[in-house]
Structure formats: C-alpha cells, structure tokens
Ligand binder design. Structure first.
Ligand code: SF4
Length: 360
C-alpha cells in the first residue's frame, strides 16, 4: 500500500466515524449488541427498505425474542409473521439457521465469519455484519452500498455486478475497516451509502469524505460504479381464482411452486395471453379443483415484480361449492375467513389481488 493510500485510509476512518456518531439514524437494531437480533435485522434488510423493515422487526422480535424461541417455532408461525415482507426464502433459512446454531453451537451465535458462514442463510455480508457489530471484530462487509461508495472514493473501474470488482472491494474493505470500532465503522459505511452516497443524486456537498473521494475531486462521480449490462425482464400472465365458499376463501399449497414453497396461494395457472385467460381459468377450476365457479366476476389486474420477472395477475371472483383438488398438484388446501387471512402466510402478490377484489 502506498503511503498516500495509508494516509487516506486513516482520514476515512476518522471522518466517517465522527460523522456516523452525530448523524446515525436511531434504528431499533442499533440499540442492541445481541447477535441474534442483529442477524434477524440483517436478513430482513436484504432487498427491503429500512422503513418497511422497522414494524416487522419489532413485531418479530416480540414474538421470537431469542434464538431458542425461533429455533423451536413451527415454520408456519414464522412465515405468518414474515407475511408481507416478501422474499420468504429468507424466513425459512433464518429458521434453519437458528436450529443449526442450536444444534451445533449450543445456541450461541459464533463470532468468526468463517464459522458464521456455515449457518444456512448466512453469507459473507451477514457474517461480517454479525461479527463486527455484535462482537466488535474487524470483519469487513461488502454489499451494493459499500461497492458504490468504494468505487467512487477510489475511482475503481468495473460495474457493480462484476466479480472482479467485488473481490477487489472485499480486500480493500479489510484494509480500510477501523480496527478499534469495526462495528460502528461498517454501519457508518452502510449509512453513508444509504443516505448520502446514494445511487442517484449523491449528496456530495454534505459528505464527510469529500476530501478523500477521488471521483468527487475529479468531478467524475456519475461514472462510478459503471452501469451493469441490463437484465432482460420476463413477463408472465397468471390467472387467479378467488373461490368464495361458505367457509371462506380457498387457498392451496402446491407440491412444487416457482417461488413460494410452503406458503398458501390462491389457485392459479399461467397462460400465454390475456385472450386465453378465461379458458385457462375454466380448465383450472374444472381439472385441478374438480369444481365449477358460479357468476365469476372479473377483477382488475395487478402487477407484481419478483427478481427480473413481471407478473400480471388476472383474477376472477366467484362462488364454488364442492371441490376435490388434484392430489398430484396440491399438497393441501383450506378455506379461510377474513380474520384468518390476516394471520396467514401468503405472498404479497396474493394480498394485492385480494385488495383489488376488496376482500382485504
Ligand atoms: S463525495 Fe460524493 S461520491 Fe464521494 S463518497 Fe461522498 S457522496 Fe460519495
């Protein structure tokens, strides 16, 4: 490392920590050093905004206040508490992870990133966060925010998804992390990325790292990180049956599902186009549910995005009587009242559909 870079790193540590200690947002998971609670918060924050996570985090910690309570809970209970937060695989892996720690580490979350990474659902970023924030170990972490901030400060070429840039920034993060306050330093870096060095329109005029930021000094901030090649969006059209029964709305669990294994979904099927939607609905009800829908009413469609998929849901609402769901397709089914629906583990896009139908 050159003496200039060494000097710059010392400045970055000093300025960033000073800024963080006077500007950090008061977030519920920042009031604790409990590794379990930090773990939960980091998993919830993956691909989800802070303001969305706060109420879910508070409720989740109230119901599962420690690792033991989570490890012993049923998956269904956990999914129900996660319902509305999306990306349900995170909840399942968190549950598996809690059980793993219980069985392999006597219920004590390990301190070392190498041990933490053995836990289901804990990747290098989460391992770095738990190790540094809960145990004050000098473990770096790198996510999209850190990549953006480092790319700009050091004017690194390469786009945000490039493996080479990731490796370089992981090495750099290890050099730059403050050895005395690694937890605060990592949080400061993420806070700067989230609130100042944002993807669009960064607020360089109030950034504590202006003097150390090469792209700011060279007036090239907009060039870093480079834009990755765009991912093609796949559009899917889904016909959804809102089957009203005297006992409630019909929900099913499929044996194999594209995204939401173990969760309750409205009966649905994919179709080629909106023109073939009604025919697909009829076949779904006749062949898969062995039933018929009386007076089906078309509900306005709703759009939902999952990763690079755009899903257009076309719902129909109508009454059904007897049903006999196909056992090859469905592992379970049930009718749920409005009150039960509020507690049920169902994906967000089914909630949207029910809201369009003015049921929720
Ligand atoms: S000066 Fe601007 S580009 Fe550089 S780290 Fe600060 S906010 Fe980011």
């Amino acid at each position: 490392m050159t003496p200039e870079k060494e000097k710059s790193i010392l400045e970055i540590r000093k300025r960033l920590l000073k800024w963080y200690r006077s500007h950090a947002r008061q977030l519920p998971w920042r009031q604790t050093k409990d590794p379990y609670k930090i773990w939960v918060s980091e998993i919830m924050l993956q691909q989800t905004q802070v303001k969305t996570v706060i109420p879910f985090y508070k409720k989740f910690i109230k119901i599962f206040p420690n690792l033991k309570s989570l490890a012993r809970a049923e998956e269904n209970e956990i999914l129900a508490q996660w319902s509305g937060l999306g990306y349900y695989r995170r909840a399942k892996l968190l549950h598996q992870g809690a059980k793993y720690v219980f069985e392999n580490y006597q219920g004590i979350v390990p301190e070392e990133p190498e041990e933490l990474k053995k836990i289901p659902g804990v990747g290098p970023y989460t391992a770095g966060a738990i190790s540094s924030i809960a145990y004050n170990r000098p473990s770096p972490l790198v996510d999209g925010n850190v990549i953006r901030v480092f790319s700009r400060i050091f004017s690194h070429p390469g786009h945000a998804k490039s493996g080479e840039l990731h490796k370089k920034i992981w090495r750099e993060a290890q050099q730059v992390i403050d050895p005395k306050s690694p937890g605060d330093f990592n949080q400061a870096l993420m806070e700067l990325g989230a609130t100042v060095c944002r993807k669009y329109l960064p607020s360089c005029q109030r950034c504590p790292l202006q003097d150390e930021c090469t792209s700011y000094q060279n007036n090239t901030v907009e060039q870093f990180p480079e834009t990755p090649p765009s991912t093609q969006i796949i559009s899917l059209t889904r016909v959804v049956a809102i089957c009203q029964h005297q006992q409630g709305i019909l929900f099913v669990k499929r044996h194999k599902t594209r995204w939401f294994e173990g969760m309750w979904e409205l009966p649905h099927d994919y179709c080629q186009s909106e023109e073939s939607a009604q025919k697909t609905l009829e076949l779904l009800i006749k062949n898969q549910l062995k039933s018929s829908m009386t007076q089906p009413v078309k509900i306005s469609p709703s759009i939902h995005h999952i990763t690079h998929h755009k899903i257009n849901s076309l719902p129909w609402h109508g009454k059904i009587n007897k049903i006999q769901p196909c056992k090859k397709t469905f592992q379970d089914f049930g009718f749920f009242s409005l009150n039960q629906l509020k507690q049920l583990a169902i994906p967000n896009f089914e909630r949207k559909v029910l809201q369009k139908a003015k049921i929720l």
